[in-house]
Design a protein around this ligand. Structure first.
Ligand SMILES: [Zn+2]
Ligand SMILES: [Zn+2]
Length: 338
């Protein structure tokens, strides 16, 4: 089958023939319908100690079942349209049995080294980690479930109370998903701080009640809009300095939810957090219930994330699209249809 293969840090992906997936008895094989390009793929593809050369990335995907393992759970049949968590757990531990699969101790990740990902014609998934796509949702929307579930998990961590005000720093796909869910759960003011004008416009489409240029006086702009400092600050950038910036912008006794993935050391001044009694909560991934709620709300039409998609390419177009996303861009979510 054809796949876009990672060759080494800083090198272009190459579309070439690779072996077809080799499923375990509890696995399914999907023909990939659609796969999103994720910011973390861009990061790890350039990191010196990131991925092993030869691996296939792609962890935000949907597709059609073409093979069902003899011990697969969930009554899946060939032809079913599905999306799947990009990981395979052991299936037997407390984390797996409660849907908290990301915290399985023998977790294997998909698309970041362990299991080949969905920048390919076919992908192997765990049956336990797979969920049916409702008929009304196409493969493109199916590929947005993963980033939406990331945002939902981050918003869950904030324990929002209706009527609170939140500040979202960064309007990449994670910041946009956080914005969408914060509004969904009844936040009064969602202010999105972002350097790029195109991304600020996107945030407004996804539900921000106000947007502010990240290079301006964000604290004043927030107070002007919301009537005081934020109850919650979501860090959705992932660069050194952001934790301290969030602490500075946060109000007394407020919460900072750290969803940005910073791969370097960072410095904070603890007294700044002590004086305000801040809580910092780091989040990763999602629980399976986040996927199920996302699917239900998409099907019911109660959330609409289609505005996040700014381009769709085929497998041959993926290497160029991938390189272009490493530069400052007006793109948001770019999808691949292999
Ligand atoms: Zn991702
Ligand atoms: Zn497990």
């Amino acid at each position: 089958m054809q796949a876009a293969v990672f060759k080494g840090p800083g090198q272009r992906l190459v579309v070439e023939d690779v072996p077809e997936p080799n499923p375990e008895p509890t696995d399914l094989v999907l023909r990939v319908g659609c796969c999103g390009i994720c910011g973390s793929d861009l990061h790890v593809a350039d990191a010196a100690m990131g991925l092993p050369p030869g691996c296939v990335m792609g962890h935000e995907f949907s597709g059609e079942v073409v093979e069902v393992g003899p011990d697969a759970v969930g009554d899946f049949a060939v032809g079913d349209r599905v999306t799947a968590m990009p990981c395979i757990g052991c299936g037997g531990c407390a984390a797996c049995l409660t849907g908290d699969i990301m915290h399985c101790e023998s977790l294997q990740g998909t698309g970041l080294g362990a299991i080949p990902g969905a920048y390919a014609e076919y992908v192997r998934v765990g049956s336990q980690e797979t969920m049916r796509l409702p008929d009304s949702l196409d493969f493109r929307i199916g590929a947005l479930v993963e980033p939406l579930a990331v945002g939902l998990n981050a918003v869950n961590a904030a324990h929002l109370t209706r009527g609170e005000s939140v500040l979202v720093i960064g309007a990449g796909p994670v910041g946009l998903a956080v914005t969408l869910w914060a509004r969904f759960f009844g936040v009064r003011s969602v202010v999105v701080s972002e350097l790029s004008e195109a991304r600020r416009e996107m945030a407004a489409k996804l539900g921000a009640t106000s947007v502010v240029d990240g290079g301006s006086d964000v604290a004043s702009a927030f107070a002007d809009h919301a009537g005081g400092p934020p109850d919650v600050v979501f860090e959705c950038v992932g660069l050194p300095g952001m934790l301290m910036q969030c602490g500075t912008l946060a109000g007394s006794r407020s919460r900072v939810i750290v969803a940005g993935v910073c791969m370097e050391s960072d410095t904070i001044f603890p007294m700044a957090g002590i004086l305000k009694e801040l809580s910092f909560h780091f989040v990763l991934g999602y629980h399976q219930r986040d996927w199920r709620l996302t699917l239900d709300m998409l099907e019911a039409g109660r959330v609409d994330a289609s505005a996040m998609v700014t381009d769709v390419v085929d497998l041959a177009g993926l290497p160029s699209a991938f390189e272009a996303l490493k530069q400052p861009t007006t793109q948001s979510k770019v999808l691949v249809e292999p």
